[in-house]
Design a protein around this ligand. Structure first.
Ligand SMILES: *Cc1c(COP(=O)(O)O)cnc(C)c1O
Length: 388
């Protein structure tokens, strides 16, 4: 049984502190380990397998495309890429999509859009981007710079310059940075994920939008984790009634295949021209076919189910002994426990439930279609772990 763990430890770069679970297969929201143990999956691969493991509809969409053509590069047209872009624009009211392969790359594209918009319209010295303290935007050197957490920066400097950090829910801190810098864009998550599953206040988000409009600053919403139904709306910004200039997304979009998207509004749709950006894999037909099947299933009925399960979890965890607070939105849930988050997660593993952490909190990102009964069973186990 330990062969896999040992092989991984010997040959895979030591960048992850993995939990001692060897996954062999799964179905829906159940994962099976190599020793035959069954786990309820409340992490969905960090919010990626939106409809669970090996979901039939998704597998069909992906394999049908695999049997047609798996890749041609962006030198040619393919139907899934164009169709997915059309669906994303139709569902958001946006105008153009650039496809990448990850969340970090989607954000890289957004940052390029904000800088080029300013270079074209305000002058190249308007290159500063405001992000929030405690944010997370990716692991490339530029998206690390965008990430407002020093712990990620240490020993990787110099990072890309031109990033300054405001305090979440503090509009004055944003206004001050806008006055002090030549700002081209503001990038933020409506619910900070890695930062501890913290939803931004509505007044703050609408206030930031006003500042952007007043100063011709590009408003970019990072929906990498919050997007694609996760918070009970197709995209989390829709909970706030704002109109971003750029939306970035990835994680749940592909349902388990790597795809990222930078979605652009009318205002910035033509900022990137021929040769300004590219990606060999971007818009890959297999990933796009998977994403189409994901997005097309995120309808009112599914979102109502997300909200219903969310309400249940907030109530149950909110009143559980050993739980201090619950935060987040939809099926993006964080909770602070009397025990350390690490202890809770490890004890849940023992009892057959897989959870995540975010900072000092336990984090849940179950599949959007997790059966209610399975979810209830898992929540009961979590409560039992937190209480004892
Ligand atoms: C995960 C995440 C990213 C990075 O996505 P990758 O696919 O790992 O590059 C960026 N932003 C947010 C908000 C995320 O949660």
């Amino acid at each position: 049984m330990c062969n896999l763990m040992n092989k991984d430890k010997e040959y895979v770069a030591n960048t992850y502190a993995r939990f001692p679970v060897e996954i062999a297969s799964g179905k829906g929201s159940i994962l099976y380990s190599t020793d035959g143990k069954e786990y309820i999956d409340l992490g969905s691969g960090i919010g990626v397998t939106a409809f669970g493991i090996s979901d039939e509809e998704w597998v069909k969409a992906v394999t049908e495309q695999l049997n047609k053509v798996q890749h041609v590069s962006n030198l040619y047209y393919t139907e899934p890429c164009a169709e997915l872009a059309k669906i994303l624009c139709t569902r958001t009211g946006m105008k153009k999509v650039f496809f990448a392969n990850s969340g970090a790359e989607a954000n890289e594209c957004a940052i390029k859009v904000a800088r080029k918009y300013a270079a074209d319209n305000k002058g190249e010295d308007y290159n500063v981007i405001i992000t929030l303290k405690n944010s997370f935007h990716g692991r490339t050197l530029t998206t690390l710079a965008a990430t407002g957490q020093d712990v990620f920066h240490a020993k990787f400097k110099p990072l890309t310059s031109g990033f300054v950090y405001a305090t979440a829910n503090d509009l004055e801190s944003v206004e001050k940075l806008v006055k002090e810098n030549k700002v081209c864009g503001i990038l933020m998550e409506c619910v900070q994920g890695e930062g501890g599953v913290i939803a931004l206040d509505k007044d703050f988000v609408t206030g930031v939008e006003k500042i952007c409009r007043a100063n011709d600053i590009i408003l970019m919403i990072d929906e990498v984790q919050t997007g694609n139904g996760r918070t009970g709306e197709l995209y989390a910004y829709m909970n706030y009634g704002i109109s971003p200039d750029v939306i970035t997304t990835a994680k749940g979009l592909g349902g388990g295949l790597p795809i990222g998207a930078c979605i652009m509004s009318e205002k910035v749709q033509s900022v990137l021209g021929f040769g300004d950006h590219g990606s060999t894999y971007g818009g890959n037909p297999v990933c796009a076919a998977g994403a189409i099947s994901v997005i097309n299933r995120i309808d009112k009925k599914l979102l109502d189910g997300v909200k219903e399960k969310s309400d249940y979890a907030f109530k149950q965890l909110g009143s559980a002994k050993g739980v201090e607070s619950v935060s987040g939105a939809g099926l993006m849930i964080g909770f602070k426990t009397v025990k350390s988050a690490k202890d809770v997660v490890n004890q849940c593993i023992e009892k057959g439930v897989l959870c995540l952490t975010a900072k000092d909190k336990v984090r849940l990102l179950p599949a959007l279609n997790i059966p209610f009964e399975t979810f209830k069973k898992a929540i009961d186990i979590i409560k039992e772990v937190c209480e004892n």
